[in-house]
Ligand binder design. Structure first.
Ligand code: SAH
Length: 291
């Protein structure tokens, strides 16, 4: 993301008085047309970010650089993307850090890929497995349109259910229909302590994934959903908005644990298995289990 005045070739978000948003790529001879008139790109180029400009019909447009969140909502799609409310939570739950080696599958439109790349930074690496060649190509175009061509990304057209084929990964992030098929492969591809995260639209899928995790070396499993409620704030009218997105997907996360050494003969009889029910307390933002 660049700074300073707008330059030709950059993407700009134009926001009108009704908060409608339009993503445009600046060209010296370009023009933005809407029912509210025309704005020449030349008037935007050289202006500072946040500037208010007028169309030929006098309508106001505010010009800002799109945030990652703006971009993933506006970018061209092949497959359905993961929305910003979940993308933010994924980075925290999967603990995606600068320098991390992350495997992502499927790549889809590249919304999550772009988010992961920005979090791992130039010293990290994202490897994407996508079964559809057209989606893989579209995702790469979308990623590069926002982050530029110098990204530590490799996308391979392959079926992750058949295996992963690399090792020592820090994180695996899945957005595909049957992540339970990936659990055995993930258990050998992740480094010890590595994190597996899956985004799933239905709770039956979550249950099936949790069952697969139960019978695997993964522990500390947790499933949750992110509810994002916006508020209307105008003078005395301060209340939640009437509408909200009630559902996108569920997030399930688990960590690869190292198998326990066989107990020595003198060890105290039976201690409860620390996974998964008595896993360390995940913190004050998670209510204690009811059972
Ligand atoms: N997270 C993406 C969207 C992914 S949509 C985004 O934010 O843009 C799910 C993708 O998984 C689709 O592109 C689909 O082709 C791919 N997919 C489904 N099964 C797969 C498999 N077995 N191996 C690899 N990719 C798969």
């Amino acid at each position: 993301m660049s700074r300073g005045p707008f330059a030709a070739g950059e993407r700009v978000l134009l926001v009108d008085s009704k908060r409608r948003r339009h993503l445009v790529t600046l060209a010296p001879e370009g023009e933005f047309h809407s029912h509210a008139g025309v704005l020449r790109h030349a008037a935007i180029i050289g202006s500072p970010e946040g500037v208010t400009l007028r169309t030929t019909l006098g309508a106001r447009l505010v010009a800002v650089r799109p945030t990652l969140s703006d971009y993933v909502v506006e970018m061209p799609r092949g497959a359905q993307v993961i929305y910003p409310k979940d993308l933010g939570a994924i980075l925290m739950l999967a603990d995606v850090f600068p320098g991390a080696r992350v495997l992502e599958s499927g790549v889809g439109s590249g919304a999550l890929t772009t988010t992961l790349l920005r979090a791992v930074g130039p010293t990290g690496h994202v490897l994407g497995y996508e079964i559809r060649e057209d989606f893989a190509a579209r995702a790469r175009r979308n990623v590069e349109a926002y982050l530029g061509p110098d990204v530590p990304l490799d996308v391979e057209v392959r079926d992750i259910y058949e295996g992963i084929g690399v090792g020592d990964l820090d994180r695996i992030v899945l957005d595909l229909p049957e992540p339970w098929q990936v659990v055995p492969h993930a258990a050998t591809a992740l480094a010890p302590g590595g994190i597996l995260l899956a985004y799933l639209p239905t709770i039956l899928q979550v249950a099936q994934l949790r069952e697969a995790l139960e019978g695997s070396p993964f522990g500390m499993a947790q499933s949750l959903e992110v509810l994002h409620r916006t508020w209307h704030i105008e003078g005395q009218s301060v209340r939640p908005d009437h509408r909200m997105v009630a559902h996108t997907g569920f997030l399930t996360v688990a960590r690869l644990l190292t198998p326990e050494e066989p107990a020595p003969a003198t060890a105290p009889a039976e201690e409860p298995d620390p996974r998964p029910d008595t896993a360390p307390d995940p913190g004050p933002d998670t209510a204690p289990d009811a059972d």
